[in-house]
Design a protein around this ligand. Sequence first.
Ligand code: KG4
Ligand code: ZN
Length: 349
Amino acid sequence: MSSGSAASGELGLTLALETSCDDTCAAVIDGSGRILSSVIHSQDVIHEKYGGVVPEVASRAHAERATVVLREALAEAGAGMADLEAVAATVGPGLIGALLVGFHTAKAIAWGRRLPFMPVNHLHGHLGAVWLADEQVPLPLLALIVSGGHTMLVRADGRREFQLLGQTLDDAAGEAFDKGARLLGLGYPGGKELDQLAERGDPQAFTFPIALRGQDTLDFSFSGVKTALFYLLRDMTAEERVARAADVAASYREAVVEALVGRLMRAAEREQVSAVAIGGGVAANSLLRRRVTAEAQAAGLHAVIPPFRLCTDNAAMIASAARYSPRLAFPAYLSVEATSSLRLGEEVG
Ligand code: KG4
Ligand code: ZN
């Protein structure tokens, strides 16, 4: 912690903002970590026509919505600015222009009332969702954080003690789903649509490669499975592509989920942890949720499967992680800046 850290101890109402990518989010939690409100404004419809997040467009959309989302979060919590005792915001990693909007809005609110301010690492936020979902989760814990930007296996020995055990060597798991969805002609971002289509298909219909399987590594690779999907679809007729779409989606999802769960359970055994957890947008995947629940149970491990609204980006998880992040007193935080690159375990302030 910096010399500007405010006194530790319980805080009352905390407002948190999250704008690291394409969701404008605000939330209020109370001193015991209870969520009073969590408002998420997705920009999916804005970026859909580009087929991906356009950073400058995302920043502008955040700037247009930040105040509205923030007011909504306060109203839903039945709170006013005067009731807040602390403010938090995502400091990184993420798109710098997008981050700056939420970070400076939050800092200005804290500054106006001389409140303590907590800069939160977005990756710690995804772990914060685990604490929100299960306050009593036993440690050590092994978390699989899977989103559009990240695929990580994290060992947590405390709420601030993290160790990166494995990560993707190429595409993130969310990208694997989104690119697969695009090849199948589904919507944007596509992970959810592919998941829904896969529910109706046969996961054994086609065999997709699972990279690094059987190797002594906890890393992941998804470029091969995506390429295999490209060639499978290329060699089908237009009629086959339609008729077999659900089977293709189910088989593809099976390979991606098997890679994720296989590595998670292997790491859990190696690390002798007490619990496993999933987080990040891909943790909304229905097969991943079922498989982690079943395999953890079979291994006698406690499993934390957070509700959907805590898996995709949200500010409640940032407020949760803020309880275990540097707490900066006024005016120390005025010179603290958002940063696009921040690694797991790194804190700012
Ligand atoms: O954590 P998140 O909201 O944003 C970041 O990327 O940080 O994750 C979004 C990702 C997207 O790739 C989206 O397609 C994926 O999560 N996703 C899913 C599902 N729901 C969202 N992937 C697979 N199955 C789902 N049901
Ligand atoms: Zn995220």
